[in-house]
Design a protein around this ligand. Structure first.
Ligand SMILES: [Zn+2]
Ligand SMILES: [Zn+2]
Length: 326
């Protein structure tokens, strides 16, 4: 099969992914073999390919938003999704407490095990999600990380119906989260750099749109930050009412700047981070996405152009999400 392989992390401008022929993955017990129909490109893939996340394998196929047909193993014939959380041990303290997103020995698709930038992939059969018919391949792929993690972020931020919610950054995750918030009758305030992202937020019905340094004129109940920037976290914190919560949706932040506790955190404001996802997040979100007719904006790339897809994500040159179709 054809696959995009990372042997040594490098800046994506050096084209670190090699598109080569490799042996098809072999079915292992407890797993399913998938023919990949589409695989979303996530910012985390960029962190893996460029080495901000240290390599866990000598050679790895990235990609953790896989839509595929099961061609071998249980569930043959089903169309399923595979996410970043590829497996957990099921035995650690966190798994036993229902916090499998924090598992001590997780596997991550496209990072610790092979992912979906390929014609075939495998996945643990208890970590695949049958996809509702309402979600077609291209539009389901970006839901599987950007969508689920965005949804989890709203949960971590404690969003309730009708609240004022800030989205700081308006990339792949936020442009899905806004639709969920609107379905919950929330007012959405978007702060983001980049004119095209601001225009997209406006066209999607945000109550207010500003640049990353602008502050809405009202105090927010909740905020989610999507940029890998500590300054953005502080901006979000400074927009909150007393008792409000900021959920930081970033696997990596440049740094955390000093900030004024008396003004920004006092008053029971809270700063939380969002880590990974649970299977319950995936199931609940995919059902909601089908119900509200969530259709992300997508740009399609061929597998041969996997490096270009990553470059486009890096340069914020994609409105919505990039999807690779092998
Ligand atoms: Zn991801
Ligand atoms: Zn565990």
């Amino acid at each position: 099969m054809k696959a995009a392989i990372l042997s040594a992390p490098q800046p994506v401008s050096e084209r670190p992914l090699q598109i080569v022929e490799v042996a098809n993955p072999r079915l292992r017990s407890g797993h399913v073999l998938l023919r990949v129909r589409a695989c979303g490109v996530c910012r985390t893939d960029l962190h893996i390919v460029e080495g901000e996340l240290p390599p866990k394998q000598v050679r790895i196929i990235p990609g953790h938003q896989i839509v595929g047909d099961v061609v071998d193993g249980e569930l043959v014939g089903a169309r399923v999704g595979v996410c970043w959380l590829g497996g957990t041990d099921g035995t650690c303290t966190y798994c036993r407490r229902g916090m499998e997103n924090l598992c001590d020995s997780p596997t991550f698709t496209g990072y610790t095990v092979a992912g979906g930038y390929a014609e075939y992939a495998f996945a643990r059969s208890d970590f695949v999600f049958p996809l509702p018919q309402a979600l077609d391949d291209l539009h389901a792929a970006p839901l599987l990380c950007a969508g689920i993690i965005g949804f989890r972020s709203l949960r971590v931020a404690g969003v309730e119906k009708g609240e004022r919610v800030g989205l700081f950054g308006f990339g792949a995750s936020a442009h899905l989260a806004i639709k969920v918030l609107q379905a919950w009758d929330c007012e959405v305030y978007v702060s983001t750099r980049g004119k095209s992202h601001r225009e997209l937020a406006e066209s999607m019905g945000a109550t207010w749109v500003g640049s990353e340094t602008e502050k809405p004129s009202v105090e927010l109940d909740r905020a989610v930050t999507f940029a890998p920037s500590g300054d953005v976290v502080v901006a979000a914190l400074s927009s909150l009412r007393k008792g409000g919560i900021v959920a930081i949706n970033a696997i990596h932040l440049d740094r955390m700047p000093q900030f004024d506790y008396d003004k920004l955190l006092w008053g029971e404001r809270q700063l939380r981070s969002v880590a990974n996802m649970t299977r319950a997040d995936a199931r609940d979100f995919l059902a909601l996405a089908a119900e509200i007719g969530l259709r992300p904006k997508v740009t399609v790339f061929e597998l041969d152009d996997a490096n270009e897809a990553l470059m486009a994500v890096k340069n914020d040159a994609v409105d919505g999400a990039a999807v690779i179709v092998p």
